[in-house]
Design a protein around this ligand. Structure first.
Ligand code: SF4
Length: 336
């Protein structure tokens, strides 16, 4: 395998009410050809900003630094005309809210066929035929009829299938799926994820999945990057991460999944309580100094509030940004 996508030291800023806000602050990871890489973290950790920056779609924010190398080209430095080709034709994206992403006044088949007309020069008729084939591929019931329907005539799960058909219309090499099942109920969610796995195998896709759901990660990803407050704090093959999480934030996230750890008895020993992560994700406008997780970290010690821990390799394919993992030595600090 070789990396299809390499993101290096990516920095994305938005202008907040009280000054610039760093949504992604030095994010680095690579996605190997054919794998599913999951970026995981709580809302506001910067995972969606990172995904949008890959496609240069961060406005009204801006990309302030880093590299996004896709198939040998730095996407942050190619002309906009070339970038338009990359979007849709080489990298497909499925957005969180299909209802908001689809155009309410255009028929479904027209929207699925649009990329084919732009990127492949198909005629209106040929694009509609291909749209119906794609809708069948994503298992939309009665694709001939639904190609002629408007988005509001479809259910949430059906609209997400349409989004998938649009994203796959030009046979992209990379599919970015940003919380593709968040707005769906559990049964439909399972159907969409199973469909994604089938399509990935069938089309030889590489997938970058953005999610806050560790259940989705466990069942679908090969490798995982855990983000916190705009930084990647841990990276590991999925089995290693679930078996032996190393960063205290990842450990807290995993402990808070129902069934992943023995519940503690509540007051009076009545109802078991699920462990939770104390505190809240910091406001991106005022991230704490040093390790950004230190105000919530049960294991914080002397250097944590002062120095930002660098990411260090802790095993094959494993990186952790925490002073408990030898980064204290790298920073010239000792544990007190
Ligand atoms: Fe906790 Fe310190 Fe590690 Fe940050 S660097 S996660 S505060 S122990």
């Amino acid at each position: 395998m070789f990396p299809l996508l390499e993101v290096e030291s990516l920095r994305v800023r938005y202008d907040g009410l009280f000054g610039p806000v760093a949504a992604a602050d030095g994010v680095s990871f690579r996605v190997e050809e054919g794998e599913t890489y999951a970026l995981v973290g709580e809302s506001g950790c910067g995972k969606t900003a990172t995904a949008l920056a890959i496609l240069r779609l961060v406005e009204p924010g801006r990309i302030e630094g880093g590299r996004v190398v896709f198939d040998g080209r730095d996407l942050l430095r190619i002309p906009e005309r070339e970038m338009r080709r990359v979007r849709g034709a080489e990298i497909g994206m499925v957005f969180q809210e299909a209802a908001a992403a689809l155009n309410p006044v255009l028929k479904v088949g027209t929207q699925v066929g649009e990329s084919l007309r732009i990127h492949r020069g198909l005629s209106r008729r040929a694009a509609m035929d291909e749209a119906v084939r794609l809708l069948r591929l994503v298992a939309l019931p009665d694709p001939d009829r639904h190609a002629r329907a408007y988005p509001h005539e479809l259910s949430g799960g059906m609209m997400q299938r349409v989004m998938l058909a649009i994203a796959l219309s030009c046979s992209p090499r990379l599919l970015i799926a940003d919380e593709p099942t968040t707005a769906l109920d559990v049964t439909i969610q399972a159907q969409i994820l199973s469909l994604l796995r089938r399509l990935k195998r069938k089309m030889g896709l590489t997938v970058l999945a953005i999610t806050h759901d560790l259940g989705v990660v466990a069942e679908n990803a090969d490798r995982v990057g855990v983000m916190y407050a705009g930084r990647l704090v841990e990276e590991a093959p999925v089995a290693d991460l679930f078996r032996d999480p190393r960063h205290p934030y990842t450990q807290g996230l995993l402990r808070s999944i129902p069934g992943a750890s023995p519940p503690r008895a509540g007051a009076g020993g009545a109802r078991p309580r699920l462990p939770t992560l104390a505190g809240a994700v910091p406001d991106p406008a005022s991230v704490p100094p040093g390790c950004r997780f230190h105000p919530r970290c049960p294991r914080a010690f002397e250097p944590c509030p002062r120095i930002e821990p660098p990411a260090v390799e802790v095993g094959p394919g494993r990186r952790v940004a925490c002073f408990l993992e030898g980064a204290a030595t790298a920073a010239g600090e000792g544990r007190s």
